[in-house]
Design a protein around this ligand. Sequence first.
Ligand code: SF4
Ligand code: SF4
Length: 68
Amino acid sequence: MGIGRKKAMVTGECVACGCCEGKCPLNAVEVYKGVIAKVDTGRCVGCGRCADHCPAQVIFICGQEAVS
Ligand code: SF4
Ligand code: SF4
């Protein structure tokens, strides 16, 4: 049981296209001031859905595997 500690991380090459926004089931990623996507690490569970939808491939999932 447990959520684990995997989190999404956006690199500086984000082009602020917004494709990741709205894909997160927890609303944990948004484009901040139209400049760069930011992840709310308090909400993010590292599911990777945002990364799957990033055309620039600048979202990485970091951290430990979820435990069961
Ligand atoms: S990894 Fe999943 S939970 Fe985290 S920001 Fe991306 S879509 Fe949301
Ligand atoms: S989909 Fe990728 S490039 Fe577009 S805003 Fe999100 S992190 Fe940035």
